[in-house]
Design a protein around this ligand. Structure first.
Ligand code: ADP
Ligand code: MG
Length: 495
């Protein structure tokens, strides 16, 4: 972005963030402007329309002419997310705030009554009742109560950030600890998302070069891991890319574009069930299924009515995935499940390697979303972990949405409540553990501050209290809850 000049043209892929302010030159797509305008409905953009830096392109690629150079750096985004995090209060914080807003006026009224009523009833001299009332005022000012929770939340969010986990608010910090089920996307989440092309099967293509040329040039406009692998393979073979139209993204299925007045379709078998898509012959489908049986992700390419062929790709699980999932089960997760748009065999193969027993394959984005609702009903609070445009609905619906912060798309990052900044799944058990520890400390702080307030109220009203130690207890409890909260800064993960 730093090298862009006014008047340059940038290609913004579906799911990506606009790097600059500009006008659309080519392509049609809806754009989520909520990060800038707060307006929740996406806005449709076509050539001539203005787009803003920081907004998110949704389903099709756009070519945008640079009109203003923006400084939408990652740093400024993180700063913004952190300030949002502070606005999002945790439930306990919310509770204590509501409580203190009633409690404080009540204390003031009681103090007044305590000064006036006993002398009027001739129970004690004014001098004595005034002293007790002042003790009550000191004893019951809820400093520790008000500080205990926010101090813990800030320490928790801070310690998480130091360990590469960005938590966007106290609410999510508390929720992480109560999770019962975690759903994972496959590609890019459980796996590296770095595919390699393993098979090229020709149907009506003249040569492997033709297949890779048409496929590569369209996929150049996509940010899907599969697309990147295909483009790299085509480039390695020094294939020239022709000019094609902007691409349309059909999340969970594939992509569509056109070249020389004819539509190009690239994607899974489901894409070819779309209206208007060319029909696959029985014999060809059998060959595709055979390739799927070997656990490959498959991408079928068609140009006009002509089915060119299939690209088979393989991906490897992240090194730490298996251990991480085992650690999560140990922490008491009732259920771990994989939700993927890929074919059942490829999904099964990865599942066996990483140790997930519940696999749901061939899912469209809305199916992932439905699956999260079902799983929540069956098992309780649910987290979804994902990286893609196709995961966004599920991320939004989950109790806690967790995005891969590095490799993930802007859409996923924006929708999620928690981001793993280094794409490191092994930070998950840490995050859950940290959350549980935060909840414990919050509860300890509540008990401690309430206990001391109640005790001091009793001693001051009954006249046992003395100003010196009442003040000492009161200030002491404030220091104690803050000290207790700061313990989180030393948290290193579940033992
Ligand atoms: P996952 O849920 O595992 O992240 P996706 O939903 O992103 O998987 O993709 C599911 C399937 O859709 C892929 O296996 C592929 O066949 C097809 N697909 C999705 N995007 C593309 C693309 N850009 N190019 C080709 N095929 C795609
Ligand atoms: Mg994915």
């Amino acid at each position: 972005v730093a090298q862009l000049q006014l008047g340059d043209t940038v290609m913004v892929r579906p799911g990506d963030r606009m790097p600059v302010d500009g006008t659309v030159e080519k392509g049609r797509s809806s754009v989520d402007q909520s990060p800038i305008t707060g307006e929740s409905a996406p806005v449709f953009k076509e050539p001539g329309d203005e787009v803003f830096a920081g907004t998110i392109n949704q389903e099709s690629s756009l070519e945008v002419k640079v009109e203003r150079l923006a400084a939408d750096s990652t740093l400024s985004r993180v700063v913004q997310m952190v300030s949002e995090a502070q606005e999002q209060k945790s439930p306990t914080q919310d509770f204590t705030q509501r409580f203190t807003s009633k409690f404080v006026p009540a204390v003031l009224v009681c103090t007044l009554l305590l000064i006036v009523v006993p002398p009027v009833l001739e129970l004690m001299p004014l001098r004595e009742s005034f002293y007790r009332a002042m003790l009550l005022l000191v004893a019951s000012s809820p400093c520790a109560l008000a500080l205990g929770t926010p101090a813990t939340v800030l320490a928790g969010i801070g310690q998480a950030a130091r360990n590469g986990v960005l938590i966007k608010g106290g609410l999510h910090l508390e929720n992480l600890g109560s999770l019962q089920v975690i759903a994972f996307d496959k590609t890019g989440t459980l796996t590296e998302g770095r595919f390699s092309v393993t098979d090229l099967i020709l149907e009506h293509a003249e040569s492997e070069e033709e297949l890779l040329r048409i496929c590569g040039v369209v996929e150049q406009q996509s940010n899907h891991p599969i697309a990147q692998a295909i483009v790299e393979t085509a480039q390695e073979r020094n294939i020239d890319f022709p000019q094609v139209e902007a691409l349309e993204n059909l999340p969970g299925k594939g992509v569509k574009s056109s070249y020389q007045e004819e539509l190009v379709w690239i994607g899974s078998r489901r894409l070819f069930e779309e209206p208007g898509a060319p029909k696959l012959s029985k014999e060809f489908e059998t060959r595709v299924k055979a390739l799927e049986e070997t656990g490959k992700s498959v991408v079928i390419t068609a140009w006009g009515e002509r089915v060119l062929g299939v690209v088979g790709l393989a991906d490897t699980p992240r090194e730490s995935t298996r251990e991480t999932l085992a650690a999560l089960s140990q922490l008491g997760m009732k259920h771990l499940v994989m939700l993927t748009g890929d074919n059942a065999r490829a999904a099964q193969l990865v599942a066996e390697q990483v140790g997930v027993s519940d696999v749901r394959a061939d899912l469209l984005p809305e199916d992932k979303w439905k699956a999260t609702a079902e799983l929540r009903k069956e098992f309780g609070p649910l987290a979804m972990v994902g990286d893609g445009v196709n995961d966004a609905p599920a991320l939004a619906a989950a109790d806690v949405g967790i995005a891969m912060g590095g490799a993930g798309t802007a859409v996923a990052l924006e929708t999620a409540d928690v981001a793993l900044m280094a794409d490191d799944l092994s930070r998950l058990p840490f995050a859950v553990g940290l959350s549980r520890k935060s909840r414990t400390i919050i509860r300890q702080n509540l008990a401690l501050s309430m206990g001391i307030i109640l005790m001091l109220i009793a001693t001051s009203v009954t006249g046992i209290g003395e100003l010196s130690w009442t003040v000492a207890f009161h200030e002491g409890s404030t220091l104690l809850v803050v000290g207790n909260a700061l313990r989180l800064l030393r948290y290193q993960g579940p033992a």
